[in-house]
Structure formats: structure tokens, C-alpha cells
Design a binder for this molecule. Structure first.
Ligand SMILES: Nc1ncnc2c1ncn2[C@@H]1O[C@H](COP(=O)(O)OP(=O)(O)OP(=O)(O)O)[C@@H](O)[C@H]1O
Ligand SMILES: [Mg+2]
Length: 669
């Protein structure tokens, strides 16, 4: 690594005689401690890379960490090292232990949308007034899973009608997933934890494999993730976790900053190291972040300083409307880059909600500024890619009813809704999958032989493909694409040939990724593995392959965690955007403040905040109110631009008081 560790960091790296918690603010080198420590464990402590597991929050972070370790540990010594997300780790455990969990090989992973579709189906009777309740139930089930509450326990604990209903759906939902040989996203953590509880011998096997564990962004782990760590490290308790309670921004996904405190109880020998020097940002940026976050109550007291120089003032730019806000950001990047000879990738634009990126994209395109959207409309969300993924899922897991239903009649095979309904009833009564039901002799009794024939022609074709794929996976995949005649179907159904061509290109890209995955993986990588990996990658980071190229980065505040950029724009600094409207309604301002803290601390040299004086909303143009967080920043470090007159909070308060006095006088009290 280019820089030398400070004494505290060095202490954290070299402490290997027991559990360690590194608690420190943004940019103090927590992630650096983890990467350096992995190298230290391999080079100085004689640990094998394959016995080390590091967990981070996103795939992007995992990739970066792997890269950093690769630079420190050359050659073979780093082979077999696990650096992954919690979900990836969980998936690998399930993949190896699926038998103990009662799954068949090639299990499917349902993403958010698949899971929702299933819930809609299970709840159809209760959905007379729209599908809103599906989202509520989905959220409740997810929370239960994150808190390790099983369906039966949810039933027992239900305190009112709503919880009772959700718990009943939960029971059904889990049963159906099992029948589909599928797991959902939350199961990737829940199932291993549950299995480790029930099967000591399996847990021991994993404990023996993992000699040292490291966890980054620890403040955002939820209960089940925490338990997974606790189980895996066992009594040996050889681990390092690093975190910052001020950056806890996933409470809505069940994250518990209190887990930082829990560690102390569960591991009485826990050593605590605090880091206080920030190596990322100018003093001014750091001060702004510190002053802001001081408005939150604190579990742990921390101080954070930097000797990167005072730096420029933070600019707060007010634009007429959202159009001019985006335009302003685009032109600023353009001119700044010209003047300072920087790269595009030195700039990041951060926002609270994904929808805020649309206008930005248009403006950036207009000015021909290359950009990359982190988490934008995903490759995998496109219809043709979802179709092809469904084919592939069905190929490796014939029991995946969702996949079956999606493509059995795409392209058209004259298998209509009523045939499928009859098939569904038949399969439901016998507790078998739709695919299996197609093979059953009894099917002729419930539907016309003509239709049975059509179904069987389809499954016979899929069976043949599956057989071919067993020995020659890529041949199977390619045959699937050509024989399905999907290309023709695309050309018939797209409004123009150009669009059809583009969609076909996406399918080619997908097939290419599978091939790469098969070639890159270990020798025993199967088609199932390659597809499971694709599904997981889709869910965890909807990013394009080319993301590392020189492009302006557009990302949500949530996605920006752990990253850093020389020049940062935070847009939409308005009430109801940041803090978000629902957080205001639910009185959850502290989490929004932490989110703002995360945003500010991404910046190394220069921070610009923008807002629009008016904004279109539901067809109306409304005046906005500047974010309360602007008032909380140290005013002496800000420069306001585009404000007729920016008054201090005191002045505004005084004005409010005057107005109130006027009213009181008017009332003649
Ligand atoms: N001792 C050091 N000397 C010089 N630079 C350092 C040192 N330690 C870390 N850095 C640099 O400081 C920056 C921030 O480090 P790092 O990303 O590890 O911080 P962090 O605590 O993980 O931040 P965050 O809370 O945002 O995740 C990086 O660019 C890193 O290379
Ligand atoms: Mg970090």
C-alpha cells in the first residue's frame, strides 16, 4: 500500500489474539485496516488464504477489496480467499449444504419481483382493493426473516388481524417456495443460520474452515447476519469487525447499530480500537460532517480530524427548478474538468431517490458527458433478459413454477390461460410442480389431449436441452436460444427492427456472461452455479461490466457508502427529498441525517450542494423548502449562490417570531 499505517491502525492490524472491534468515523481507514490485515494474516501469521473470510456490504465493495488485497499479496498466496457479501456467503453455504436443508440441486433464487409476484398470487383473494397490501406483507415477511422469526412463531405472536393475515401468507409463501425448490433473498441468511442451529456437525465443519473472519460496515448488519457471524466464529472468536454507528443507514432493512454494543456482551474479551484521523477529506468538509452529525444522539463518542488542509468552502447552489439544477451540475463538471484537467471518474453526483437521476441523465447526454448509473434500470430488469433467465432457471430447476409460467407461452405455443389454470389446479392438488404435472398420465382426464400434447412437446424439448447441458452446458444454452425461436418472436413483437436487434444483443450478452462464468470458475463450476451467480449478481449490484471506465458516477446516497471521490455533488437538498417525506412523517430524521453524513464524507476535495427553488410534482410546480440539514451545517464554511438573500437560522427564527407577534397583536389579546 502506498501509505504507512498510523499507530492505531497498526495496532488494529496486528492484534490477533482475540476478537476486535474497530470503531471509527468516515474515512479513517477502517476498510484499509481490513485489507492490510488480510495480507498480514497471510504473510506474517501463516494463515492460508482459504481459511480467511471477509464480508462487506456490496459486490462493488467486495470487488474493490479483492483488488486491494491482490496488490498486497502477490501470486498464489491469495488464492481461495473469500471476500463476499453476506448474501453471497449465505448462498455458497446453501449451495454446499442444500441436502441438509431439504433442497434439490439447482435451487432458484427469487428476487424481489419474483417474490412479489408469488405473493400476489397467494393473496389474490384478499386483494379486492389493490395491491398495496402485498407490499406491506412482503415487508413484514422480510422483517420476520431478518429477525429469525419462523412462520409458526409469526402465527403464535400475531397480535392483530393484520399480523395474523400476514403470518398466514408467510406460512403459505414459505411452503410454496420450498415446493418451487426456491429461496428468497432473506433466506440466503436465514437458512444457513437455522441450519447451523440444528446441525452442530455442519456448523463445526464451517468453523473449522474459517480461521479468521473480518466484517466491514458492521453497523449495517441485521440480527440474522449478526448471528451468522457469531455462529461462524464460534468460541474461538477470531475476528475483526469495523464500523461507524454514524453511518448506519439500513434500519429499514432491519440493521441494528446496537449490534455494535451487543458484541461487547457476547464477547467479553472484545478489544476496542478507535481511529481518529481522517485521510480522505479537507478539514472543512470534515468539520461540516462532524457539526451535522453532532445533532444526533450518540452511542459512542468519537472525534475525527484531518490534516488535509482547510480546503475550499462548501458551495450551496440554489437553482430555479430541477431542469436548471441538472443543467448546472452538468456544465459545472464540464468546465471544471477542462480547467483542472481532471478525469470524469473524479466526479460523483449523489441523490436520495433513484428517480432523481432521470433528468440528470438527459442533461449529461446532451453535453456528451460519459456517466455510469449505479443501480439504475438494470440489465436484468429488461423483459427479454428476464425471459431468457426464466428459460435458464427452468433448465436447471424444472420445479421453478414462476419461470415456467413466464415463458411456457413465450414465444407463443398456443398454451393459453385456461390450459395453465387446469394444469395449476392439477399440480396444486398433488403438491407437485407444473413441470412435473405435465409428465403425469392423469392430465388427460382434466384437459383436451390436444393441449396435453402441446405441454408435453414443450417439456420434452426442455428435457432434451437439460440432458445436453449436463455434458455440454454452453451447447445447451445456445440451442435453447436458437430452438426457442425467440429472435423471430422479438422481430415480430418489437415496434422496430432496431429495438429487436438491441434486445437480441442483450440476450447475446447474457449468454456471453454465462460462458465467461463457466470458464472463469473452478473446474467443477456447473451451469447451475453460473446461473445462480448471475441471479445473485443481478440482485446485489445492478451494475454494468464497464463501470470502472472513466465516467461520471451517479449514485444514491445509500449506494455511496464506503466510496470516495475528489468532487462530489449532492443534489436535491430540499425538505421532503432529504430528509425524505416518509422519514419526516415517521419522525425518522436521525437516519436521514446519517445518510447526509455519509454523503458529505464521500468528498475528498470539493463538495457542492444544490437545490431547486421549485419542482414539478404530480403535474404541478411547487415551491420547495431548503433542507433543514443546510441550517445545521457550520454557516461560516458555506458559500450560498443563487439565493436572493440567504438569512441565518436566527434571522429566520426572528422573522417567524415577528410574524407570530403580528398575528397575536391582530388577535388583540
Ligand atoms: N495511514 C494512512 N495514510 C494515508 N492514507 C490513508 C491511511 N489510511 C487510510 N488512508 C486512505 O484514506 C482513505 C479512506 O480510507 P478507508 O476507505 O479505508 O476509510 P473508511 O474508514 O473505511 O471510510 P468509510 O467510513 O467511508 O468506509 C483512503 O483513500 C485510504 O487509502
Ligand atoms: Mg470503509
Amino acid at each position: 500500500m502506498a501509505h504507512r499505517l498510523n499507530d492505531r491502525q497498526d495496532e488494529a492490524v496486528k492484534y490477533v489474539s482475540g476478537p476486535l472491534l474497530v470503531l471509527a468515523g468516515a474515512g479513517s481507514g477502517k476498510t484499509s485496516v481490513i485489507t492490510t490485515k488480510i495480507a498480514y494474516l497471510i504473510q506474517e501469521c501463516g494463515l492460508k488464504a482459504r481459511n480467511i473470510v471477509a464480508v462487506t456490504f456490496t459486490n462493488k465493495a467486495a470487488r474493490e477489496m479483492k483488488e486491494r488485497v491482490g496488490k498486497l499479496v502477490q501470486g498464489k498466496a491469495s488464492h481461495g480467499l473469500t471476500v463476499s457479501t453476506f448474501h453471497n456467503l449465505g448462498m455458497n453455504i446453501i449451495r454446499k449444504e442444500y441436502k441438509a436443508l431439504g433442497f434439490k440441486p439447482g435451487f432458484s433464487i427469487f428476487d424481489q419481483q419474483d417474490a412479489r409476484a408469488l405473493l400476489v398470487e397467494l393473496m389474490h383473494k384478499q386483494l379486492s382493493d389493490g395491491e398495496d397490501s402485498v407490499d406491506v406483507v412482503q415487508h413484514m415477511i422480510s422483517n420476520w426473516k431478518n429477525d429469525l422469526v419462523l412462520p409458526q412463531q409469526a402465527l403464535d405472536r400475531a397480535r392483530n388481524e393484520e399480523e395474523m393475515l400476514a403470518a398466514r401468507v408467510y406460512v403459505n409463501y414459505n411452503r410454496t417456495l420450498k415446493a418451487f425448490n426456491a429461496v428468497d433473498f432473506d433466506d440466503l441468511i436465514l437458512l444457513p443460520v437455522q441450519m447451523f442451529r440444528e446441525h452442530q456437525e455442519i456448523l463445526q465443519k464451517w468453523q473449522n474452515k474459517i480461521h479468521y473472519m473480518l466484517v466491514d460496515e458492521y453497523q449495517d448488519t441485521n440480527s440474522s447476519q449478526y448471528l451468522m457471524v457469531k455462529q461462524l466464529v464460534g468460541d474461538r472468536a477470531m475476528f475483526t469487525v469495523v464500523g461507524d454507528d454514524d453511518q448506519s443507514i439500513y434500519a429499514w432493512r432491519g440493521a441494528r447499530p446496537e449490534n455494535l454494543g451487543l458484541l461487547n456482551q457476547d464477547f467479553p474479551g472484545l478489544k476496542l480500537v478507535k481511529l481518529e484521523q481522517n485521510y480522505r477529506s479537507t478539514s472543512r468538509i470534515l468539520k461540516a460532517a462532524n457539526v451535522l452529525i453532532a445533532n444526533n444522539p450518540h452511542v459512542f463518542e468519537k472525534t475525527l480530524w484531518s490534516d488535509m488542509g482547510m480546503g475550499d468552502e462548501i458551495r450551496v447552489v440554489r437553482c430555479r427548478n430541477e431542469d436548471s439544477e441538472s443543467e448546472r451540475v452538468a456544465t459545472e463538471i464540464l468546465t471544471h474538468r477542462l480547467k483542472h484537467d481532471t478525469s470524469w471518474k473524479d466526479y460523483a453526483i449523489l441523490y436520495r431517490g433513484n428517480f432523481q437521476s432521470r433528468l440528470l441523465e438527459m442533461k449529461l447526454q446532451e453535453h456528451q458527458i460519459p456517466y455510469h448509473i449505479n443501480g439504475g434500470t438494470s440489465f436484468f430488469a429488461r423483459a427479454e433478459v428476464k425471459d431468457m433467465m426464466a428459460y435458464l432457471r427452468l433448465l436447471v430447476n424444472p420445479d421453478d413454477d414462476n419461470a415456467f409460467l413466464r415463458i411456457v407461452n413465450v414465444p407463443r405455443r398456443e398454451i393459453g390461460a385456461s390450459t395453465l389454470e387446469k394444469l395449476g389446479t392439477y399440480a396444486g392438488q398433488r403438491h407437485i410442480s407444473l413441470y412435473q404435472a405435465c409428465h403425469e398420465m392423469g392430465l388427460e382426464e382434466v384437459m383436451d389431449a390436444r393441449y396435453v400434447d402441446k405441454l408435453r412437446r414443450f417439456t420434452k424439448w426442455m428435457d432434451d436441452l437439460a440432458r445436453i447441458s449436463d455434458s455440454e452446458p454452453m451447447k445447451g444454452v445456445r440451442l435453447l436460444v436458437t430452438e426457442s425461436d425467440y429472435e423471430n418472436w422479438l422481430y415480430q413483437n418489437c415496434s422496430s427492427d432496431i429495438i429487436a436487434e438491441k434486445r437480441m444483443g442483450n440476450i447475446e450478452f447474457l449468454v456471453g456472461s454465462i460462458q465467461q462464468s463457466l470458464e472463469r470458475g473452478d473446474e467443477d463450476t456447473t451451469l447451475e452455479d453460473a446461473i445462480t451467480r448471475l441471479i445473485l449478481r443481478d440482485m446485489m449490484d445492478r451494475q454494468e461490466e464497464e463501470e470502472d471506465h472513466d465516467k461520471v458516477q451517479l449514485l444514491t446516497l445509500h449506494a455511496s457508502k464506503g466510496l470516495e471521490y475528489p468532487h462530489v455533488f449532492m443534489i436535491g437538498m430540499e425538505e421532503e427529498l432529504l430528509p425524505h417525506r416518509t422519514s419526516i412523517e415517521e419522525d425518522n430524521i436521525e437516519e436521514e441525517r446519517r445518510l447526509t453524513y455519509v454523503g458529505i464524507t464521500r468528498a475528498r476535495q470539493r463538495l457542492v450542494m444544490t437545490l431547486a427553488a421549485s419542482r414539478r410534482q404530480f403535474g404541478e410546480t411547487l415551491d420547495t423548502t431548503p433542507s433543514r440539514f443546510l441550517d445545521e451545517l457550520p454557516q461560516e464554511d458555506l458559500v450560498y449562490e443563487g439565493w436572493e438573500q440567504r438569512s441565518t437560522p436566527e434571522q429566520r427564527h426572528a422573522r417567524g417570531q415577528e410574524a407570530l407577534d403580528d398575528i397575536l397583536r391582530g388577535l388583540d389579546l
